[in-house]
Ligand binder design. Sequence first.
Ligand code: C2O
Ligand code: CU
Length: 507
Amino acid sequence: MSADEQQHPTRRPTGRDRRRLARSIGLLIAAAVVVAVGTAWWSSLRPDTYSAMAMGVADPGGGAVVVGPTDHGHGGHHSATATDVTTLVADPDRAADVRVELVARAERVTLPGGEQVDAFTLNGATPGPEIRARQGELVEVLLRNESVGRGTTLHWHGVDVPAAMDGVAGVTQDAVPPGGTFTYRFVAEDAGTYWYHAHQVSHAQVRGGLFGAIVIEPTAPGAHDLDVVAQLHTYPGTSRTIDGTAGDVVRDAQAGALARVRVVNTDSVPTVMWVTGAAFRLLAIDGTDVHEPTEVDGRKVAIAAGGRVDLEVRIPAAGARVQAPGVSLALGAADAPAAAAPEHVLDPLAYGSPAPLAFDPAQPDRTFAYDIGRLPGFLNGRPGIWWTINGRMGGDVPMYMVSEGDVVTMRLTNASGDVHPMHLHGHHVVVLARNGVPASGSPWWVDSLDVDHGETYDVAFVADNPGVWMDHCHNLPHAVEGLMTHVMYEGVTTPFLLGGGSGNEPE
Ligand code: C2O
Ligand code: CU
């Protein structure tokens, strides 16, 4: 500061003044930031317990504006047509055709392949028992939780069960505490390959082994001499396994036999699989038959997390090998040929031949956007960089509102920097286009769809199964990180609660 400046009677701002002013402005900005961040933090906090019906912002998708139960507050009066989700069940008077009891435990077990893990088991094993039913049969599963401390449930991944049987803790039931039971009953409507898994603290319980396969066989017996399931799974501390066995698994098969191999990806990341030693046909994706599947050679097949593919292989004299990174299933000969993965991936968008759909996706009643992104912010008070849906996170995400009978289209986009296997409960969606390129093969029906960074998928479905249905990423830790919302039918309500005080933690 100069002497001249100090002596001036009407002071011009001095360097010190300017610094003071800058400091004050800085403090004001800092205070504003603190208030803004504090508000963001505060508004991200969820109550101790809350309803799924209030964990988002109703999005009517351009359809009739649904007067949702949230508009009345819970416990309030609902419209005359209100349906409690617990009433959406299979015919209670119908006797079961297939009866299974599953006892869930947290325990240290020896996997089928010999490794010891601290696991979650069903009837003392992981994977749990394979359930087989014939199409049209009523399946009844009694779940008994013996020792899974935080409680557990069973969700029937890909089986379009009545909503009360969906097994989502806090949405369709309460988590079954140790000592508790829950009975699941549903008609096995659609033949195909599915799986069941815990939907309470699922990121830990599924990884820890609380899952198994469920196969619904067609009414007419299949043409296959051999019909096997291969569940890909990585337990904490193990390398990848097939049905609990790391490395190579061998199955006897006669030369010339026709095998159906049902590959289930139970891990949270996508995988590829391929067949060495024989050509194959891709019979089904996510439980739905491909229309007129042609023979495939020299291509690998991608499977989303939670997804399934059914392959048909004619066993050659030297055997054939179904391979995925780190594991393989040798069919017919322990020394069946092995090879590295083919370079090219089979594209389901153009595989098989077209067939008419039973509805017209060009005339939708509802149209939704499911834009996946990633932003810094607060998720229930925790600072982080979280997944977003349509730019929102946590309790602010869109809830997709539908009415029974609606034709629904949804555009999924992903600008989040990671791949997300998107899974809608209770429905299958048909892929209309990827990145604007229309599907040209068989109708490609999925319940678990990998949406990679930069990709756009247009899908459609018919809202034909009333309920409150999770629509989330099946990279289960991503669901914990906020990539989870739901499709909600007009007038359907749930009495169950989420949140720390409820004991229900579906993710
Ligand atoms: Cu396989 Cu919501 O889950
Ligand atoms: Cu994800």
